[in-house]
Design a protein around this ligand. Sequence first.
Ligand SMILES: C[S@@+](CC[C@H](N)C(=O)[O-])C[C@H]1O[C@@H](n2cnc3c(N)ncnc32)[C@H](O)[C@@H]1O
Length: 367
Amino acid sequence: MPHILIDNLKDFSFPLKISEVEFLFKAEHLIAVKTNISKFFIEIKKKQKGYLIKYDKITRPLISEIKKAYLAFVKLNDANIVFENISGIKEKLPDKNLLDIADDLNKTDIVEIGFGSGRHLLHLAKKYPDKNILGIEIHKPSIEQVLKRIEQEKIKNIKIINHDARIILSKIPSNSLHSIYVHFPVPWDKKPHRRVINENFLEEAQRVLQKNGFLHLRTDSENYFSYSLKEFLNFKNAQIEIKKNIPYEIISKYEQRWINQGKNIYDLYLFCLEESPQINQDFDFSFEKKLKNIDFEPKIYDNFVIHFEKIFKIDENNELIKATIGNFNKPEHIYIVNNKKPYYFKPPAPVKDNFLAHIKLKRLFDG
Ligand SMILES: C[S@@+](CC[C@H](N)C(=O)[O-])C[C@H]1O[C@@H](n2cnc3c(N)ncnc32)[C@H](O)[C@@H]1O
């Protein structure tokens, strides 16, 4: 982790600005930093030989911005650097085909979830040259490998996002997808709550699919197949198609392994029969009132959580609250500056479960 050790620390009143780096406020050992492209906290820790400066993992900025902030902080304190590990670090620019959760996903036509080695994702791009394909994957090495292939093969219609698919669908407009593919998902027999396919996910899948659009599950797990069929049948009107051991257009790495072992392969198609209402995706993450009675007990609501973790004092009237909110399976750490008109130091990712948690938070704020 990039850090520096400095020999001197001055006492300041914030805000302060050094070239393009603004130091906004101090909340105990955290200092809020703003550069032209990033907003994050640096942390100060007293050590025997000086002061250790690190960045706060939750507000994780680009390394170039950390370097800038550290160097400005050294200048501000008239300090000498006793130790640093930042000079050799090279910034890797984000790939143009790699999207962020805050990016617009409105132009997506086809989604593949958990694309792994990407054989099927690349196949889709060739099969549907006029459609925009979004690959959602949580495994970073797979993402890097597939991004390389996209670059090498000059593929123009694939974008990738590194996130949990169960959260991403809420960012896609209603009735917009031609198809969703979930091929050989991890069966999670012992931890079924981790499965991609669940009730909430299917509701979102139905909402984002066009009329006659489909969700395709292909799996070697009889257990996952039966579980998914049951979930599919929970819809009042469901058109379902089942196939067993029927060869598919392309064989993925996983499939090859199961074929070699002589396992059965199941296909399950869920067709969308009707149009869904549009939903408002302009999530407004603003507050009006200061939070008064903070309860540190974690709260679990339908599909989201709110957990206040810690409060850091800024001054007599203001405090910084560290909390976890959002999707039960993948909540997000956030900071709220709790003053007369509170605000997120960095707003949560614009997805439905964060917004639902925000609405609940607002109610708590209103007492
Ligand atoms: C067994 S592999 C199958 C890969 C590929 N579809 C194939 O057929 O070769 C399952 C993949 O799903 C990804 N995955 C698991 N849970 C996920 C989630 N919630 N969101 C996105 N990807 C997920 C894993 O990282 C893994 O790459």
